[in-house]
Design a protein around this ligand. Structure first.
Ligand SMILES: Nc1nc2c(ncn2[C@@H]2O[C@H](COP(=O)(O)OP(=O)(O)O)[C@@H](O)[C@H]2O)c(=O)[nH]1
Ligand SMILES: [Mg+2]
Length: 319
């Protein structure tokens, strides 16, 4: 077992696209080989910079990601793209868009694009995304762009993974700022007004600046507002510069290291939780036995506290 994993890891480090794809599938399926693989790869990670791009569907996130990716590729920086947006053109739902998008980077081994389904991951979407990012990091991608729709706890958790969070807005959605989740306002490190070729960009920027004036700057960072027209490649340089500035700011203040420690603290807790749960469930006899016990509690044949004590005793976690 250890030899194939070593070999697989080597292929991933070399950027072998098929080896990376297989590994992502293993991560998504929570396959038993995913963990040993990530364990082998872990020492080679930590060099990638993760940028989360979030915003409502149709705001142009995929287009922006595509342009940012092209920007980095021009500088010969290797790029990984993870799209966890159900409306993303990278996903099967919009095959035509997917093909067009892929074509613009076709034959470029320096970029890896993967879209992930948004539901049904064992252990959660945020975990799967975190592990895929780790994998791409090990594969030598120095810029990892994660596209998510800014709704739901899952998406917020994903965005928290990122070193830098870019929130995308567009003019003409009426009271969009007011409708924007307060949480997004707080986690945005950079705000983009995309489609600024459209009417209402000035008004939106005014509203946005007014709201941002109320947000407490974190470590002296005031989130800038960048205007872009992604389809015309306008403002991409400015956006990339802003991300670079943010990176420099937080690397020097030590804030990024703190964020990483916080991230790993949460991951460790999750890992412990899932390990313990696995152990407990197998001791009790699996899901079916658990359902049986739950039915007995529901019928008041047993009390839940006695059942928990019994289960923990069986799994050796309590005597
Ligand atoms: N007018 C205009 N259209 C844009 C701009 N950026 C993206 N679009 C278009 O908006 C639509 C949605 O873009 P997409 O990137 O798929 O948005 P996403 O759902 O946020 O990923 C597409 O038809 C894009 O071509 C822009 O800056 N200006
Ligand atoms: Mg999209």
């Amino acid at each position: 077992m250890s030899l194939p994993v070593e070999k697989w890891a080597e292929q991933i480090r070399d950027g072998d696209i098929r080896a990376i794809s297989r590994a992502i599938t293993a991560i998504e399926n929570h396959a038993p080989e995913a963990e040993p693989l990530l364990k082998v790869l872990f020492p080679q990670t930590g060099a990638a910079y993760l940028t989360g791009i979030t915003g409502a569907p149709g705001t142009g996130k995929s287009t922006l990601v595509d342009r940012l990716a092209a920007y980095h590729r021009k500088k010969d920086v290797r790029v990984g793209v993870i799209a966890v947006d159900p409306t993303s053109p990278y996903t099967g739902g919009a095959i035509l868009g997917d093909r067009i998008r892929m074509q613009s980077h076709a034959g470029d081994a320096g970029i890896f694009i993967r879209s992930m389904a948004t539901r049904g991951f064992l252990g959660g979407l945020a975990r799967a995304t975190a592990e895929v990012a780790l994998l791409l990091d090990a594969a030598g991608k120095r810029q990892i762009l994660i596209e998510t729709v800014g709704v739901g706890q899952d998406e917020i958790d994903i965005v928290r993974l990122a070193d830098c969070v870019v929130v995308v807005l567009v003019p003409g959605l009426g009271d969009d700022i007011q409708n924007m989740k307060a949480g997004l306002m707080e986690i945005g490190d950079i705000f983009v007004i995309n489609k600024s070729d459209r009417e209402g960009a000035d008004r939106l920027e005014e509203q946005l600046q007014a709201m941002l004036a109320l947000v407490m700057p974190r470590d002296g960072w005031h989130p800038p507002v960048i205007r872009t027209v992604a389809t015309e490649n306008k403002g991409i340089q400015q956006l990339a510069d802003a991300i670079g500035k943010f990176r420099a700011h937080f690397e020097s203040s030590g804030e990024r290291a703190k964020k990483h420690t916080e991230h790993w603290r949460n991951r460790l807790l999750e890992l412990i939780e899932s390990r313990i749960l696995e152990r407990v469930l197998s001791a009790v006899g699996g899901e079916a036995a658990l359902n049986q016990l739950a039915a007995e509690v529901a019928r008041r044949q047993k009390d839940p506290f006695a059942v928990v004590n019994e289960i923990l005793a069986k799994s050796g976690l309590q005597d």
